[in-house]
Ligand binder design. Structure first.
Ligand code: FMN
Length: 428
């Protein structure tokens, strides 16, 4: 049995598609996300995860023009603000919002997440990223982005401070004795007096522990430093790979690192980012995929865009028929490495015309379910993070097509195990 999550990156979803409805304007209000969350809950998803980045990109084409013309990566809401509205109208599904350890002060984040833990009745989590680009840094008063290794050193101290704040109230600090006239016991609420390399915070937190106490911690960075951070602190890791062999390698690596940090590998659920091309017949799905793969111009544009996003460099400027640029980046190291790897002697065109870098399954719902089963049996793993447009047609293909087919094969949950997100994530 494996877990499912949904990765929501573009909020202004496929606004030119035939099935996007009013997605171009509707995305600013909660109803679209509420519909999506209801569908995913019916399907038994563990979580809906919101990507985030706090900048308007301008690397590809050396200008924000492409991004704003296409509503690509911007604009978007702060995901934390969407969660209460969606939580009110769902019961079981968990929500993960991306939070940057580089720019969110630990006290603000600890408090915000604890408040959200109450408001969602124990269904919130945070995806910890270090912010991989200079534009975000410039939005927060820096001239340059902090070095990659320092960002992860900061991230480690950040989660340590946040964890101390979450623990600043002992479990029995709340007395709730109206007759005796005592709300809380001050002797059980402690300062943390943290003075570290990057942060200092006195504490205690000025709100009471939430239903989960520690909201679910998710992690996304794939470099050695990123993986180590995930193995130490995460309850769930989201990862991007191309093949089942890479899934297996990733999982073994995280298990090894988790053991080094004194954790059980089974305490960390690794979900691999996946997309689907669904149709009524395998033949038609194959035709759709063949057409997508044959659209070299679109693939090249998509990949150059992704390379520019990960490195902050303008990949539209490199010669497509020249060698793959030899780049060291301070940005998203792991993603850059994966996108730029290729056969010796490959040109930029050779690697850029490949399909997008992630697992992709295609066919009828049942044949997709069979492929996912096969993939898991080869690679092992805890589940998949579905990345797709949140137009309601595609969400229905997954929630009412693929999920029931997976359930019929006994591969996904048929109900929720416990009241909290953590209970469900760690149930198996
Ligand atoms: C599935 C997935 C989701 C991610 N989501 C975000 C995100 O929401 N915000 C962000 O700034 N980075 C996100 N990243 C990028 C990572 O934070 C990280 O920069 C990247 O994977 C490179 O890893 P590294 O930082 O360890 O070099 C995501 C990465 C993956 C694989």
């Amino acid at each position: 049995v494996f877990h499912l999550g949904w990765f929501l990156s573009y909020q202004v979803q496929s606004w030119r598609g035939q099935f996007s409805g009013a997605g171009m304007t509707e995305w600013v209000k909660p109803d679209l996300y509420v519909d999506v969350a209801n569908s995913l809950e019916r399907a038994g998803f563990d979580y809906l995860m919101f990507e985030d980045g706090m900048f308007v990109p301008d690397s590809y084409g050396s200008s924000p023009d492409y991004y704003l013309r296409n509503a690509a990566m911007a604009p978007k809401h702060d995901p934390l603000t969407l969660i209460p509205a969606i939580a009110q109208r769902t019961k079981n599904i968990g929500f993960i919002a991306t939070v940057t350890t580089t720019f969110y002060p630990p006290y603000l984040a600890a408090r915000m997440m604890t408040s959200l833990d109450h408001i969602t009745e124990g269904r919130v989590g945070l995806n910890l990223v270090t912010s991989h680009n200079v534009r975000t840094a410039q939005n927060f008063g820096l001239k340059e982005q902090i070095q990659h290794a320092d960002r992860y050193a900061m991230a480690n101290e950040w989660i340590d401070v946040v964890s101390q704040l979450w623990d600043s109230w002992e479990p029995d600090a709340l007395v709730l004795d109206a007759d005796g006239g005592q709300y809380a016991d001050a002797s059980k609420v402690h300062t943390i007096d943290h003075e570290g390399r990057f942060f200092s915070s006195r504490g205690p937190l000025n709100t009471i522990p939430g239903p989960q106490r520690r909201p679910v911690v998710c992690q996304a960075g794939g470099s050695p430093d990123g993986r180590d951070f995930g193995a130490r602190h995460a309850d769930t890791i989201v990862a991007q790979v191309r093949t089942p062999e890479q899934m297996k390698e990733y999982r073994e690596d995280i298990s090894r690192r988790a053991l080094e940090h004194g954790r059980k590998p089974s305490d960390i659920k690794i979900l691999f980012i996946t997309s689907f091309v669904v149709s009524d017949s395998d033949r038609h799905a194959q035709e759709l995929v063949d057409a997508m793969d044959a659209d070299e111009a679109a693939n090249i544009e998509g990949n150059l865009l992704a390379m520019s996003y990960s490195t902050g460099l303008d990949f539209s400027k490199f010669d497509l028929d020249g060698p793959v640029p030899d780049i060291t980046t301070n940005n998203a190291k792991a993603t850059t490495k994966m996108m730029l790897e290729g056969e010796p002697g490959a040109t930029l065109r050779d690697i850029a015309r490949r399909p997008p870098a992630a697992l992709r399954f295609h066919g009828t719902p049942d044949s997709i379910a069979a492929q996912m089963e096969e993939c898991m049996s080869v690679a092992g793993g805890d589940g998949f993070l579905v990345s797709g447009e949140v137009n309601r047609r595609h969400v229905a293909e997954v929630a009412d097509g693929i999920a029931p087919a997976l359930r019929k094969r006994g591969l996904i949950r048929s109900g929720y195990d416990g009241p909290t997100f953590r209970d469900n994530l760690l149930a198996y």
